[in-house]
Design a protein around this ligand. Structure first.
Ligand SMILES: [Zn+2]
Ligand SMILES: [Zn+2]
Length: 302
């Protein structure tokens, strides 16, 4: 405003004025991202940073109005609106609270092929296109599969603005059972999961593998498959139980026994297993169990 009136007063254009301003430093609260993530009760939450909510372009309203030459008023989304939208996307993912601040860059590679897996995921997210083939991460507990899965969803929702959802298979089953008690059908619980552009199913193969559990999984997977939607999975079960427990950085701890005696195919059945191969690339994550390693370190330092 003052610049404009100054220009009018002097009648000169002042193109250099803007450049004289010191380059603006990225916001200290959010590092220039425009949002912050944090744990909130059981879930991870995101909020628009103060530097955006106080947007000077639109006074924080998320849109600006302009009058055209014909006198018509146009409402246009402000740049800050996309941050608000991406933040709501993240809040709809329902990531567990303890993964609120996880990113792929921060994935600790402690041994095995974890470094390779990290760069594989960084590459995947860089080249992601909607509807892209998913990924199935198999590996021993404590190799960071949930970290990778949640970090991928955080990026796809917060940076790319995609609608994503995280579920762990056991809590899906208990939600369906709860639903039965309230007179809701299984479809009422599974239905909403089909609309997400990206779905991640954690703890695949856990549970008792009853006929009912396998049928629920079959229904979910077939319907995701039929709509060509990207689905990720993580599982403690592998193709070869002896292979998973090997090469896992035994130097951090005593050599490990195979924690899994059955394969993923044993757990989910050949039909689902084959469908998973149609939808996903399978990757084995090999590495030491970070929880056991941290525990050993804590004991040592006492
Ligand atoms: Zn900020
Ligand atoms: Zn704005």
């Amino acid at each position: 405003m003052s610049r404009e009136s100054e220009t009018r007063r002097t009648g000169e254009k002042q193109p250099r004025r803007r450049r004289e301003k010191a380059p603006t430093e990225p916001c200290r609260r959010c590092g220039g991202l425009g949002y912050r993530t944090f744990p909130s009760d059981d879930l991870a939450a995101a909020a628009v940073c103060e530097c955006i909510s106080a947007c000077a372009l639109c006074n924080g309203e998320g849109h600006t109005t302009e009058r055209d030459d014909g006198g018509y008023l146009w409402v246009r989304p402000c740049k800050c609106a996309s941050v608000q939208q991406r933040v709501s996307r993240f809040n709809a993912v329902h990531l567990p609270a303890r993964y609120a601040d996880k990113n792929i860059e921060g994935y600790r590679h402690l041994g095995g092929n974890q470094n390779e897996i990290k760069y594989l995921l960084l590459n995947y997210r860089k080249n992601y296109a909607p509807g892209q083939r998913g990924m199935l991460l198999m590996g021993d507990p404590g190799t960071g599969k949930t970290h990778l899965l949640t970090a991928l969803l955080a990026y796809l929702s917060l940076e790319l603005g995609l609608s994503c959802r995280y579920i762990d298979f056991m809590s899906l089953l208990s939600k369906i059972k709860e639903g039965y008690n309230q007179g809701k059908s299984e479809a009422a619980i599974i239905g909403p999961l089909l609309g997400f552009q990206v779905l991640a199913v954690d703890e695949l193969g856990k549970g008792r593998s009853t006929d009912w559990e396998v049928a629920v999984l079959d229904d979910l997977i077939s319907r995701r498959y039929n709509t060509n939607s990207t689905t990720f999975f993580a599982t403690n079960f592998g193709d070869d139980p002896t292979q998973l427990a090997g090469e896992s950085g035994a130097s951090y701890y005593q050599p490990r026994q195979a924690t899994v005696q059955v394969t993923l195919e044993d757990r989910v059945g050949p039909r689902i297993y084959s469908r998973l191969h149609d939808m996903c690339d399978f990757h084995v994550v090999r590495g030491p169990d970070y929880r056991r390693r941290d525990l050993a370190r804590t004991r040592k330092s006492r």
